[in-house]
Write a protein that binds this ligand. Structure first.
Ligand code: AMP
Length: 283
């Protein structure tokens, strides 16, 4: 595995790999867990024996709001590198903020529509930061395929829109959310939770799962969502940014389950903001 920190180095390392089978990219912010590693395994599988896998680790300042956890975000580069080496990754791309955003940087990528509700409303500017850095990472690496997690469902939808709109010839693959045995979605931010909060956090996947089952059985969407919100509040979550049923592709809010949908939730538990989502399908 070659670890690169600047663009000339990255380009030189990638050059001999181009044309020699497929190239896959897995963008991350590091503090890797089994959710990230499932993306890496999928990348390996998709490029096959002759292909190559690149993983980026970059904690992107532009996708954090002024009162968010940029400074506290876990950084574990040495352990991350060991995990990626063991997983057979070829390229570890770790640009510094100065490499990504040199003096004079002035471009912003804003994806309309799909990035405006949900986390886009709760975290102003977040998806501009995501879209800008993902555009740069895709241009820097120029992969054939890039893998993202459904854990960040809206992010995946924003990236699909971006890649289609900008005519990027890159296949975007979404991977199912990897969960701890008890059902909590794996997340680098789970490291912030106290033991007590870690137990209470389970209410998020459970409340979403229960609401999804109720809605699939024909219960009123409004009532099922209200019950999920009440369950979260009872377990100490707050503020609750949203618990919403959306069209699975466009993320338009839905009040009746008449097409494939996604139930998405985001709420704070203590100082930690957790998100999760689940498929809801009409019979
Ligand atoms: P992050 O490091 O949090 O920016 O995540 C990097 C990539 O890993 C994103 O595409 C995430 O959606 C994905 N990811 C994070 N957690 C999980 C998980 N529990 N299961 C599947 N993918 C995940």
């Amino acid at each position: 595995m070659q670890t690169l920190y600047d663009l000339p180095g990255l380009r030189a390392a990638l050059e001999p790999m181009r044309g020699a089978g497929k190239l896959a990219l897995v963008p991350t912010m590091g503090a890797l867990h089994d959710g990230h590693m499932a993306l890496v395994e999928e990348a390996r599988r998709r490029v096959g024996p002759g292909g190559h896998v690149a993983v980026s680790i970059f904690v992107n300042p532009r996708q954090f709001g002024p009162n968010e956890d940029l400074a506290a975000y876990p950084r574990r580069e040495a352990a991350d590198a060991r995990m990626l080496l063991a997983a057979g990754v070829d390229i570890l791309w770790m640009p510094t903020a100065a490499v990504m955003y040199p003096a004079g940087f002035a471009t912003n990528i804003a994806v309309g529509g799909i990035s405006q509700g949900l986390d886009g409303a709760a975290r102003p500017g977040h998806f501009d930061g995501v879209a800008t850095v993902v555009t740069k990472l895709l241009n820097q690496v120029r992969p054939d395929v890039a893998i993202f997690g459904e854990k960040d469902y809206q992010q995946l939808a924003v990236i699909r829109r971006l890649v289609a709109d900008l005519d990027m010839a890159i296949e975007i693959v979404g991977m199912p959310t990897q969960r701890a045995q008890d059902g909590l979605a794996l997340s680098s931010r789970n490291a912030y939770l106290t033991d007590e909060e870690r137990k209470a956090a389970l209410a998020l996947p459970r409340a979403l799962g229960e609401a999804a089952r109720q809605i699939e059985k024909g219960a009123s969407v409004e009532a099922a969502l209200a019950k999920a919100v009440a369950t979260l509040a009872n377990h100490g979550f707050g503020p609750i940014d949203y618990v919403t049923l959306c069209d699975a592709a466009t993320l338009e809010p839905m009040t009746v389950l008449d097409r494939p949908a996604r139930l998405l939730g985001a709420a704070k538990l203590g100082t930690t903001r957790l998100i999760d989502n689940i498929a809801v399908d009409p019979a």
